[in-house]
Design a protein around this ligand. Structure first.
Ligand code: C5P
Length: 225
């Protein structure tokens, strides 16, 4: 079974995917981590977003492995496990849409994503274009959203837990820009497919969403039994 979870930045989709994976015993692939890992490598090499030739050369020699352990997505780049704190930094968050909008990057990541569904019989894949492009035939598709203030507050708390204090206003602006870049790019934009089931986490807690999604999945399993 393939479950696609798409949605806006900081909507809670990663937490939902992780909790669902743990509850159902499904593998979980948070595809944002793959884009983030590529972005981090480019940032560390001081590469600018417009240096396509160099980026392509680097991608051609980059080896990425994905693993799912207890609902967490582990990313190894060139045999080195990537640290969550580095992948989720503000710099990587803000630079990643500029890298993720490149067709050759998306093709590279799409192959990794699809190979995961060949490895795992039951998988939850979370991202922006999973139900629309990567797995259009997914068994179930969910779209997670929340209002911008809720999302910014959530992101601000995550940063505070790591000792970083950023203003709510700045985070609102960054999230809005990131959503806009993800929604307006030419290929694989963030879209809600017509067959997606929508959850708004400004009205429901993550736990309530997970409970409802588990019920929907169990109903679907019974229908298919
Ligand atoms: O989900 P997350 O915030 O970790 O994703 C980081 C960035 O990676 C997004 O802002 C988006 O630009 C890109 N992304 C994407 N397609 C996906 C997952 C993430 O373009 N399926």
């Amino acid at each position: 079974m393939i479950i696609a979870i798409d949605g806006t930045s900081a909507s809670g989709k990663s937490s939902i995917a992780k909790a669902l994976g743990a509850r159902l015993g499904f593998a979980v692939v948070g595809t944002g981590s793959i884009y983030r890992a590529i972005t981090l490598k480019l940032l560390n090499l001081n590469i600018k977003a417009n240096e396509d030739e160099r980026i392509q050369q680097i991608i051609n020699t980059t080896h990425i492995e994905v693993d799912s352990i207890n609902g967490a997505t582990i990313i190894n780049v060139d045999d080195i496990e990537q640290k969550k704190a580095e992948l989720n930094s503000r710099e990587v968050s803000n630079f990643s849409p500029l890298i993720a909008m490149k067709p050759y990057i998306r093709e590279f990541v799409r192959k990794i994503q699809r190979s995961q569904a060949e490895i795992h019989e039951n998988i939850i894949v979370e991202g922006r274009d999973i139900g629309s492009v990567v797995f259009p035939n997914a068994d179930l598709k969910f779209f997670i959203d929340a209002d911008i203030t809720t999302r910014a507050q959530r992101r601000q708390s995550e940063y505070l837990e790591k000792g970083k204090n950023y203003s709510l206003d700045a985070i609102v602006k960054e999230l809005s820009l990131r959503d806009q870049e993800d929604r307006e790019r030419e290929i694989s934009p963030l879209v809600m497919t017509s067959d997606s089931i929508i959850f708004d986490t400004s009205r429901l807690s993550i736990e309530e969403c997970v409970d409802q999604i588990v019920n929907i999945i169990n109903d679907r399993k019974l229908q298919n039994a």
